[in-house]
Design a protein around this ligand. Structure first.
Ligand SMILES: Nc1ncnc2c1ncn2[C@@H]1O[C@H](COP(=O)(O)OP(=O)(O)OP(=O)(O)O)[C@@H](O)[C@H]1O
Length: 209
């Protein structure tokens, strides 16, 4: 299996004007095994999103290193899919083209076109593949955003409160969906959540932050 994450002595500071630096992460050491589904839990401001952004390669650590399968994380990669609380779909592209975007950017769309349809179907949006983001509900848009990350077959899926903006019923369905995808694909998943039910289901590491 692939997708093991190692975090070694990671420190992240945010400099402030006329004030001491904010120390968002102070010496985090953690290993997440390939195929695990882990929740990051903890009080607001404890550094959950910061850690996710470092694993995504969107920000660099001030000290320490992060690895995926022993390869150091230095920049964003399609191997680490990221889903935010608010689905960031391109409003001018329909659902098919949103999901296909990464494959087109990497010039592998022609070979992988059937994958786009497969993942749109997996998240239950087959009949909406020609719809535009403004024609979808929040839950549907979030599922499209999940398909867009999954179509790249990431080693790791990073989920930053992906269910936070959804109503309770849609959230329950999406939770089931995520667990089903995880069981089916065995992708390493790291999810920032405040949801107690997900917290019970997944491994808990929030106390480390
Ligand atoms: N870009 C930034 N510039 C300055 N400070 C930042 C930045 N991003 C995060 N911080 C600070 O780093 C700390 C950790 O923030 P982070 O967003 O990681 O917390 P969190 O645990 O995800 O919080 P929440 O549960 O409220 O989303 C906070 O004190 C925050 O103000």
């Amino acid at each position: 299996m692939v997708g093991e994450i190692k975090i070694a002595g990671v420190v992240k500071r945010f400099p402030q004007q006329d004030a001491p630096d904010v120390i968002a992460l102070s010496g985090i050491n953690l290993t997440i095994k390939a195929g695990e589904f882990v929740s990051l839990i903890g009080p607001s401001g404890c550094g959950k999103s910061t850690l996710l952004r470092l694993i995504a390669g969107l920000n660099g650590a001030d000290e320490g290193k992060l690895y995926v399968d022993d390869e150091e994380i230095r920049e964003p990669s399609y191997e680490r899919g990221l889903v935010f609380q608010n689905p960031m779909l391109f409003p001018w592209l329909n659902i098919h083209d949103n999901v296909a975007f990464g494959l087109k950017a990497r010039s592998i769309y022609k070979q992988k076109k059937t994958e786009v349809d497969k993942f749109i179907e997996l998240v239950g949006l087959a009949i909406f593949h020609k719809s535009y983001p403004h024609q979808l509900s929040g839950g549907m848009a979030q599922r499209a955003s999940l398909a867009r990350a999954l179509v790249n077959h990431p080693k790791v899926l990073l989920l930053d409160e992906p269910l936070g903006a959804l109503d309770a019923f849609t959230r329950m369905n999406m939770q089931d969906e995520l667990i089903r995808i995880w069981q089916e694909r065995q992708t390493t998943m790291i999810m920032v959540t405040h949801d107690v039910w997900m917290k019970q289901f997944t491994c808990q590491i929030g106390s480390l932050l």
